[in-house]
Design a protein around this ligand. Structure first.
Ligand code: GLU
Length: 376
């Protein structure tokens, strides 16, 4: 099947510093960024959801602070990021708002993807923004991130974001066309690989150790991003970013490398819930709720009969039928403590009982994996 940007439902687009920031002046390439946003607008008008992951804060800030031509200390990088990030956000806001598109800045740290509670918080915020048709512009929160707690490169950050929002397509705009059989800068015989379906050791060896002056992401971090994307059921494309309208060009020229997963984002997520998380408690549901789950519905509190174990928001829990057979696993939106309080009640009563207005569902259908033999 031909891979296209046009057919994606949810796109995460990573824009690197070396494309965005002029190497000689240290300013943003306005004309280029305007053309990227034109492409993004076309996607947005088709109804596609878009997330931008943009680097550039350190490259912009170091120039402004006149910290050029030397290796920066951590504190200097953090200071440069603080100065540069605000410039970066302004540039996106100015251009996107000319098209009447709302832009939202989200700065993430490694913990936001590695700690489940924070992961769910970030995921819910991003999904809410997307449902409101805003375009989140994401970067790492470089001002507070130190070496041990950093992603360090926005290729992997973008892949984690794609996983978080269950995106089906991740676009890495790069300063080269895609993955070559060997480094084309040194080997004129190197050829572009149009499609990769498995990250074999041969493919990984093709990455070499390419790096650019401004960006931190060479081909190695792009393949690390591909690994995250493919296990999350998300396609990834490495495409040349230097031309104007680089996103429109992907479908026009097909001069790029597509990485194709074996699964979809939804089944990858359900598989992760079912196979890789250790349940910390269980919920027993009545026959009506069990039936609703089998028909692809979320777990609501009205159908809950019993709650066992101690669990936190975001934990994996087992769902059992009245006769104590496991029927599903899922990620809970409530702690065991709060779930006990709202058990059997309608969501309209939650605020009065809990003192806060939480989710309508105990477990959302996207966070549920039905047991083997059950319909999923
Ligand atoms: N977060 C860094 C910045 O905005 C860039 C990381 C990268 O280049 O991948 O400067």
């Amino acid at each position: 099947m031909k891979q296209t940007i046009r057919n994606a439902k949810c796109l995460v687009i990573k824009i690197g510093s070396s494309l965005l920031v002029d190497n000689s002046t240290g300013a943003i390439h306005r004309k280029w960024l305007t053309s990227v946003i034109q492409d993004i607008k076309t996607c947005w008008e088709r109804g596609q959801q878009i997330v931008i992951v943009s680097s550039g804060s350190i490259a912009l800030g170091r120039r402004h602070l006149q910290l050029k031509n030397r290796t920066l200390q951590l504190e200097e990088k953090q200071a440069a990021a603080a100065v540069g990030q605000i410039k970066l956000a302004h540039a996106y806001q100015e251009i996107l708002e000319q098209h009447n598109i709302t832009v939202a800045q989200v700065l993430l740290t490694l913990d936001d993807s590695e700690n489940r509670k924070r992961y769910l918080n970030a995921k819910n915020t991003l999904e809410t923004l997307l449902n409101l048709r805003a375009i989140p512009v994401i970067n790492e929160n470089d001002t507070v991130a130190t070496a041990e707690i950093r992603y360090g490169d926005n290729d992997r950050l973008a892949a984690r974001v794609a996983q978080m929002v269950s995106a089906d397509t991740l676009v890495l705009l790069s300063d080269i066309d895609g993955l070559y059989t060997s480094n084309p800068r040194f080997n004129p015989g190197a050829t572009l690989i149009p499609e990769v379906t498995q990250l074999t050791s041969d493919i990984l060896a093709m990455a070499g150790d390419s790096a650019t002056e401004f960006g931190t992401g060479g081909m190695i971090t792009k393949l690390a991003a591909a690994k995250i994307a493919l296990t999350s059921g998300c396609k990834m494309v490495i495409a040349p970013g230097k031309h104007l309208n680089p996103i429109a060009r992907i479908d026009e020229t097909r001069n790029c490398t597509w990485f194709i997963p074996e699964t979809t984002p939804m089944s990858a997520r359900k598989n992760w819930i079912a196979q890789h998380l250790k349940p910390t408690g269980s919920i027993t549901v009545d026959a009506g709720a069990a039936n609703a789950l089998r028909h692809g519905k979320s777990l609501l509190s009205v159908g809950v009969i019993d709650i066992e174990g101690e669990f936190n928001k975001g934990d994996a829990i087992i769902i059992m039928s009245e006769n104590k057979q496991e029927i599903a696993r899922g990620l809970t939106n409530y702690t065991s403590h709060d779930a006990k309080k709202i058990k059997g009640h309608k969501s309209s009563a939650f605020e009065a009982i809990l003192g806060y207005c939480g989710c309508d569902e105990i477990i959302h259908r996207n966070d549920l994996s039905l047991h083997l033999g059950e319909k999923n």
